[in-house]
Design a protein around this ligand. Structure first.
Ligand code: NAD
Length: 357
């Protein structure tokens, strides 16, 4: 039996709806596996601005630091999307949370449930069996280097920078994860052209000496972009820099078909944050149409990564698999062949998952 304190941070829009289902699933796991989970809630995003004027109030940050893990929903509101000049914005809360908690590694598992093979734009025979875990570095690279204009503003530059330490800490996380999976790691860079990539590769090569049980492959990012579509089953764990990871993980998300099915984890040396990859989806907010499975899968990642509860995590994934096998769908993952009576709303599909747990 384990005692854990989990902070629920639903945020905005469908974040509220899907996170409620994620929390119920955590509750059910606690009962089934005899754990004691306690919860608190905190504000972020538009709801936090409305209540306090601040997209990430100090109180929320304090609660995050004092919890064992955070289950987060999404931030965003049409009010700000239509007003790019707004000084206080929901996404500032998200960036501040990542920075303040030192979340330098973003993990995105790309796993396709067999039942949804037809939902992807890639041929089922190429996709079948694809199961990839991305490690994207999150606090360095061209996004955080020096940037500016010169030549009277006619030339712009962004500097890509990595320190050995930054590469080592994410590299080590990726090697450790590969050890618990199929023991294969692909490190993606552009070492034929970029100096920061050469340092990246040097550090991964050094780490590889410490992990002789892991088969390491080095790929240039342009090749990875191609192989992801051509032969996605070739990958197990992938580790890459911030910019390459940003692009490759969005490309890879298409392997899984729908945004409503993908979870991510942002981790550092303190509290980890677990969240769906989708946003607050204003177009369906309040209609009970949101697919809660990305939030439920985020809860599964939370248990696995922050609490080391593999069996509990797998029980959740298996429950989702069975719900899909029974033919239940939310609207975003339904297709022409789906029986309309099997298309359920957010809470109803959540109940089906809970029943199987
Ligand atoms: P989005 O991910 O919210 O929605 C994109 C499309 O996918 C919409 O049509 C939506 O209905 C659908 N969709 C998303 N999640 C779904 C789910 N669980 N079930 C069913 N359908 C789902 O992206 P967007 O529309 O570009 O952005 C909306 C808002 O979300 C914006 O304010 C944006 O800034 C914010 N956003 C936040 C995050 C985050 O908090 N991490 C990420 C992306 C976008």
């Amino acid at each position: 039996m384990a005692k854990k304190h989990i902070l629920i941070v639903p945020g905005d829009g469908i974040g509220q709806e899907v996170t409620a289902v994620g929390k119920k699933v955590l509750d059910k796991i606690a009962v089934r596996f005899n754990h004691e989970f306690t919860y608190d809630e905190a504000l972020i995003g538009h709801v936090a601005i409305e209540a306090t004027g601040d997209p990430l109030p100090a109180e929320s940050l304090e609660k995050m630091r004092n919890s064992d893990a955070v289950l987060f929903g999404a931030v965003g509101h049409p009010k700000y999307d239509n007003d790019p000049s707004a000084k206080v914005r929901p996404e500032q809360g998200l960036l501040k949370m990542r920075k303040e908690l030192g979340l330098y590694a973003n993990l995105r598992p790309i796993k396709l449930f067999d039942e949804l093979l037809g939902a992807s734009s890639i041929k089922p025979e190429i996709l079948k069996g694809a199961d990839i875990l991305f490690f994207r570095e999150l606090t360095g690279d061209i996004y955080f280097g020096e940037k500016g204009r010169k030549n009277n503003g006619d030339t712009a530059y962004d500097v890509a920078e990595y320190s050995r330490y930054e590469v080592q800490r994410i590299g080590r996380k990726a090697f450790e994860a590969a050890r618990t999976r199929r023991k294969k790691l692909v490190s993606v860079d552009k070492a034929n052209v970029l100096e920061s990539s050469r340092l990246w590769r040097e550090e991964i090569q050094k780490l590889a000496l410490e992990y002789p049980d892991i088969e390491v492959e080095y790929q240039f990012v342009d090749a990875t972009a191609m192989i992801l579509i051509k032969e996605p089953t070739r990958f197990d764990v992938v580790v890459t820099a911030n910019l390459f990871g940003d692009i490759l993980t969005d490309e890879a998300s298409q392997i899984a078909g729908s945004m409503g099915m993908l979870a991510s984890a942002s981790i550092g040396d303190g509290t980890g944050v677990y969240e769906p990859i989708h946003g607050s989806a204003h177009d369906i907010t309040g209609k009970g149409l949101a697919n809660p499975m990305a939030s439920v899968l985020s809860a599964a990642l939370l248990l696995d990564i922050s609490f080391g509860m593999k069996e509990e995590s797998e029980a959740i994934i298996s429950a989702i698999d069975q719900v899909l096998k029974k033919g239940f769908r939310t609207r975003d993952i339904a297709d022409k062949t789906t029986d309309p009576s099997m298309i359920l709303g957010t809470d109803a599909i959540g109940e089906e998952i809970l029943k199987l747990l």
